[in-house]
Design a protein around this ligand. Sequence first.
Ligand code: NI
Length: 174
Amino acid sequence: MTVLEILKAPDERLKQFSEEVEIFDDELQGFIDDLEETRQAGPGAVGIAAPQVGRLQRVIIVDVSNTKKPVPNHGYMVLINPEITEWNGFEMGREGCLSIPDYTGNVIRATDIKLKAQDRFGNPLEYEMEGFEARAIQHELDHLDGMLFIDRVVSRRTDLFQRKVYKKGASAKK
Ligand code: NI
């Protein structure tokens, strides 16, 4: 397995729309393993999306089971062609991103979502999610549509925060 290079903003590839996955072959399985290794190498990364390593396909990985404060979660998930089918409620929360290592920001997201996706072999999946896990999913889905959390902060003046220390185990990044 390989740790892949993470693209950093303002790389234009982070602003592209990613294509649906149609072929679930060995090459895809190898890529998913590399993507997970890359996520684990990132400091405190709870999620990662394929376009963050320059592959413009609808593949994300999310795992919020290791956060400091326990949150409701489904553990480690590889989600292919994910699609949110229902949104409910909204709340402000702090986000970070491997592609924007120097900042965190306050972003409004839905509190509860329903999600459809495929697993790494193309089998259908359905989830209901809430809170931080739902937030992580919405953040990663944005990557598939070329959107970063800094595009969603209400005010760059009051809702963006420079990281003081960038270290492993610091606040979660996606
Ligand atoms: Ni991100």
